[in-house]
Design a protein around this ligand. Sequence first.
Ligand code: HIS
Length: 394
Amino acid sequence: MRVFMFEKPLGMRDTLPDVYQIKRRLREAMMEEIETWGYSFIETPTLEYDETVGSASAILDQQLFKLLDREGHTLVLRPDMTAPIARLAASKLYEEGCPLRLAYAANVFRAQHREGGRPAEFEQVGVEYIGDGTTYADAEVISLMIFALQRAGLRHFTVTIGHIGYVDALFFDILRHEQRVETLRRFLYEKNYVGYREHVKSLPLSSIDRDRLLRLLTLRGGEEAVAEAKAFAMTEEEHRALDELKQLCEHVKQYGVADMVKLDMSLVSHMSYYTGVLFEVYAENVGFLLGNGGRYDELLAKFHRPSPATGFSVRLDRLMEALGEKQQQGKTTCIMFSQERFAEAYAKAKEMRQRGEKVVLQQVAGVRDMDQFTAAFDDVVYVLGKHGKDERSC
Ligand SMILES: N[C@@H](Cc1c[nH]c[nH+]1)C(=O)O
């Protein structure tokens, strides 16, 4: 197939000035909040080895963009920032016993199906909190995400919290087989609850076990969902996970963000590295995931540095859509000059720029359609002809 000249690879987008401005403002707002919580921003390479970061990233292999370097190593475009940061923390930064707070604003890459029409490259703003296994760390990360979103101007959203340790413990206790557990998990992360129910009913289970699996879908809402789950929990792992959620609810209250949060005991993520508390954030009125995160206590061990860790990331493109706002472009002035008065025009532009104003300095001979060109500015100052007076038109 021939590629049309203006076509871009599947899922790749250009960012035009308006969108760029909005993204920049949102990024900066979130970064400011994150910095005040003592997180340090870092950058990692866009390309990583498939063997290390690629396989640790918990993204389906068919979603990875791969290429070969000159030595024949397979490289991947990073599909998220959690695995590269785990690599970096494990190799350099993390000192046993000293929690590490890192943050990023970076583009990540996930190959998409043609029909999906989704972006294959998008920016995430997020944090990774490494080395602290307490529920205070989970609460910090969730609360920080909420405050950062609010700082970016988002008002109506909900963070749904679950615990993958609880779901896994329940599933393994009943199904005892990774393959069968994976099938059920998939229904949950695809949020196909009808399919889940039907599948559960088709399994050869005792009525007690069937009820346990079906009840999972009803364990949602406030703290009472934990108490309800506790009443039916049979294994130690389930109880441990539920105790963690209970503590987390307490901390979240102390952070003053309890009304932004709800529990969903059936929450399962598409990322397979989560081991404990996990969460998703949805904005009201838009059905898509704005961001997500959770605890991944086994990822650093893949880089030979076992350590608990948790984090979140928010997608800037979706945050922008959720806010649905138009960028208020700051006022821009055009100074239109003719050759003989360039020095004067430039002096004027320089003075205005020093005051922080936006100024375009344009030689009149460089413009063919004057009406169309000047229409884009809030103010046009003409510095034309030999020593004439400036003329202004708004
Ligand atoms: N990296 C995850 C989000 C996350 C950050 N930290 C923990 N989880 C994602 O892209 O979905």
